[in-house]
Design a protein around this ligand. Structure first.
Ligand SMILES: C[S@@+](CC[C@H](N)C(=O)[O-])C[C@H]1O[C@@H](n2cnc3c(N)ncnc32)[C@H](O)[C@@H]1O
Length: 293
């Protein structure tokens, strides 16, 4: 199947449109569509360095009002880590985490981190899906996304429930806003299966939206970015500062790194998760039965 998709991609076809089912992009379709694009964001940043600096500075200015040197930050759907690296270069926090569903993008992103992230910045990268984030409840101060909820129309509640489960102090979203979009933008969002109804979700769950505004620096006029800052009152339950921060996406048990096997493993859960190119693969589909390794 990947060979057929490759053929379509090389002829200039749109993979998202090809794989969309009943107007919904499955997580597998998102994985494939973005994996084929691996490297394109880094190339874009290198070709538009000044614009990238402006974009990340604007996003960092939102976060800088919320952080202390003790803050932990999680970037969901980090892609090639370009946005997060730019943000981290503008702020100082204790530790950042980032994940995406595309391993090729994360591998390219690791190189971008090595070359561009300011020294002494603590950043861990792993592979996961937003539908099942392998981190404990209320374990991260601020959970953010940047155009990562975007292709997930149909799963808005599932992925937002996960983001709010893991966050302790704030959720910060940089995403398109269907309800504020003009007709041209809306029809593009319809065609690509983009998220909608974020405000409805916040009001249904009683979340306190403290900021909601369009960003000034826009890369694509057909895909403008809005920012939502949601304040939470949940105490930080399980601070994620140590090596043993991941949980098994199948059982919820804490995973420990086994250097002898290069796997994350839970004795209680009896599953192991492999590491590829330094990136732990933490989706339920990567689980390996490991009762007594
Ligand atoms: C438009 S890109 C944005 C990437 C990055 N946040 C940035 O600002 O450059 C969307 C990214 O979100 C990831 N993504 C989308 N839905 C996801 C999901 N359900 N689970 C994990 N990653 C997801 C995609 O793989 C892709 O890399």
């Amino acid at each position: 199947m990947l060979e057929l998709i490759k053929d379509h991609f090389e002829k200039g076809g749109n993979i998202t449109e090809l794989l969309k089912k009943d107007d919904i992009n499955t997580t597998e379709a998102i994985e494939i569509a973005y994996d084929f694009q691996a490297g394109s964001y880094i190339k874009g940043v290198k070709e538009n360095w000044g614009l990238w600096q402006e974009q990340v500075a604007e996003k960092a200015s939102v976060l800088s009002e919320l952080i202390t040197p003790e803050t932990t930050l999680l970037d969901c759907g980090t892609g090639e880590v370009t946005t997060l690296v730019g943000i981290l270069n503008n702020i100082s926090i204790k530790k950042a985490f980032a994940f995406d569903v595309s391993v090729s993008r994360l591998l390219k992103g690791s190189g971008f981190v090595t070359d561009n992230l300011k020294p002494h910045t603590n950043l861990d990268i792993f592979l996961a899906e937003i539908e099942n984030i392998p981190l404990a409840n209320n374990s991260i101060d601020i959970v953010m996304t940047s155009h990562a909820l975007e292709p997930n129309h149909g799963r808005e509640s599932i992925i937002l429930d996960q983001i709010f489960r893991v966050a302790s102090k704030y959720v910060v979203l940089f995403e398109p806003c269907y309800e504020e979009a003009n007709e041209e933008v809306k029809s593009r969002m319809d065609k690509l299966g983009y998220v909608r109804g974020l405000d409805d979700y916040f009001s249904e769950r009683g979340h306190q939206v403290v900021k909601r505004f369009p960003l000034q620096v826009i890369h694509n006029q057909l895909n403008p970015t809005w920012c939502w800052v949601i304040k939470l009152d949940t105490p930080l339950d399980n601070p994620n500062n140590d090596e043993e921060c991941y949980i098994c996406p199948k059982t919820g048990h804490t995973l420990s790194y086994r250097a002898d096997l290069n796997v994350y493993w839970s004795e209680k859960g009896m599953y192991g998760y492999p590491v590829v190119g330094g990136i732990p693969l933490l989706r339920a589909k990567h689980a390996i039965v490991m009762v007594r390794p």
